[in-house]
Design a protein around this ligand. Structure first.
Ligand code: ADP
Length: 454
């Protein structure tokens, strides 16, 4: 059964019980009043006209028609007065006690109820009974009237109650239709706002808050899905280019267009080298974004010196300097290997993209609560519109030089940024054409290395 029906059933049942109890009480009080009056009449008759000997003579003028009188003389003679076809059964009447209700004797023409009262006098015993037909009819009439009024009231209450319950449940219906609309994909729908002091109002406020949060998380997971799709698309595209070249060279050789097997193999080697680089960068990127850091207090100066000497070994002909302006030990809570990887990426970018004469400088300092590490080169720098995009995945400045042998996958700086942010730090670039580039990393300094989480 619906809530609406339930409420209506409860309302009508309770009202019906209330009306029935009221009718019963009213009738009971009415009955008491009427019987008191009959009792007073009986007492008056026992003391009054029943004692008039005239009414017992042969042709009595008789008592009023609704009375029946039984007179028993001290010698046991019984005289009935006014007792025709219906006479009361007086066997239960106790002399001198309060009046009681009695039925008609069996065989009476009208089976009516009587009120009977008996007293003893010096002329014997007198029992008077008065028919309750009129009183009982009044009580029955009263009950019937109350019944009719109650039924009318219940019908009115049913109709009014239905309207009222409908109005009270309307907000819930709106919540329901909102929920349906949302389930059908209309994520922007919200429950109407009612006063927050009402139950439905606070429910709708809570629902709207929940809906906004849900919508946020759905949208962010959609964004992530889109990013992932774009990433996979970009990665496949990047891999397809060297693969197409490899197939092109094999086709070229197979078709006999070239007999220079060494050249073909060189090209295939070159292209597969690019593929390997790309796959390694992809792996590094997923590692940088997906895995947890192996955190410990790390002296950034040590990491910088180590990275510089690895880079000097890789590019022996290049100048790579290290400077330390830090006023204190530049310790951060970090992953030593990952920070090394960050520096190597930045140094090799300077070497690869800065130009053949570019010199690289690594410099440490402490600013406020942070350790600042700059990787500078005095190379060719970048246009602002290039610098804006360099941290995006697969972004490369579109020059023939960077697309050539020296060009990377375009993932290096996204890896660097991902790692720095995982460390709770930031990375920015300052650059201008022909004025070199400065990559500035800020990492929160570890003031109390002993307390660091390991
Ligand atoms: P990759 O080095 O694999 O091309 P990166 O994400 O490391 O990819 O760099 C993106 C682009 O940013 C590079 O292609 C290059 O155009 C530019 N770039 C990065 N570092 C420098 C630099 N030190 N000097 C000039 N250009 C740079």
């Amino acid at each position: 059964m619906s809530l609406q029906t339930w409420l209506l059933v409860i309302l009508i049942s309770l009202s019906a019980i209330g009306l029935a109890l009221t009718a019963g009480a009213v009738s009971w009080v009415m009955r008491g009043v009427l019987y008191d009056r009959v009792d007073a009449d009986l007492v008056a008759s026992v003391e009054g006209w029943t004692q008039d000997p005239d009414i017992y003579v042969d042709e009595p003028q008789g008592p009023p028609s609704e009375y029946a009188v039984l007179q028993i003389t001290p010698y046991g003679q019984q005289f009935w007065l006014n007792a025709g076809d219906s006479r009361p059964n007086l066997s239960e009447v106790e002399i001198g006690e309060a009046p009681i209700n009695v039925d008609s004797l069996p065989g009476s023409q009208h089976d009516v109820e009587w009120r009977a009262y008996g007293v003893g006098t010096n002329q014997g015993v007198t029992i008077v009974a008065k028919s309750l037909e009129r009183e009982n009819m009044m009580i029955t009439g009263l009950l019937a009237a109350q019944g009719v009024i109650s039924v009318m009231l219940l019908v009115i209450m049913g109709v009014a109650g239905r309207l009222f319950i409908n109005a009270a449940l309307r907000p819930l219906k709106e919540v329901e239709s909102t929920a349906r609309a949302i389930a059908d994909g209309d994520l922007d729908r919200r429950v109407p706002q009612w006063s927050p002091d009402t139950e439905v109002g606070s429910l709708s406020a809570a629902l709207n808050k929940m809906l906004t949060q849900l919508q946020g998380s759905i949208e962010s997971s959609r964004n992530k899905e889109n990013q992932m799709r774009r990433f996979i698309g970009d990665a496949s595209h990047e891999l397809r280019t060297p693969l197409t070249s490899v197939r092109g060279y094999t086709e070229l050789y197979r078709s006999g267009a070239t007999q220079d097997i060494d050249r073909v193999l060189d090209k295939i080697d070159e292209e597969s080298g690019r593929m390997q680089l790309l796959v390694e960068d992809l792996l590094a990127l997923t590692r940088a974004e997906g895995s947890r850091l192996n955190l410990s207090p790390v002296d950034l100066f040590e990491v910088t010196v180590a990275a510089a000497s690895s880079a000097r070994a890789a590019y022996p002909e290049r100048v790579i300097r290290v400077g330390n302006n830090a006023s204190d030990v530049p310790i951060v809570n970090g992953d030593k290997d990952r920070l090394h990887q960050v520096l190597i990426n930045l140094i090799s970018n300077g070497v690869k993209h800065g130009g053949d004469d570019a010199e690289i400088t690594l410099e440490l300092s402490i600013v406020d609560q942070d350790v600042v590490l700059e990787v500078r080169d005095n190379g060719r720098g970048m246009e602002p519109e290039v610098a804006e995009h360099i941290f995006e995945r697969f972004y490369r400045e579109d020059t023939s030089r960077s697309r050539g042998q020296g060009g990377g996958s375009g993932l290096g700086l996204s890896i660097v940024k991902g790692l720095v942010e995982q460390h709770g730090g930031t990375i920015v670039v300052e650059t201008a054409p022909q004025e070199g580039s400065t990559f500035r990393i800020r990492l929160p300094r570890l003031i109390n290395p002993q307390a660091a989480s390991r």
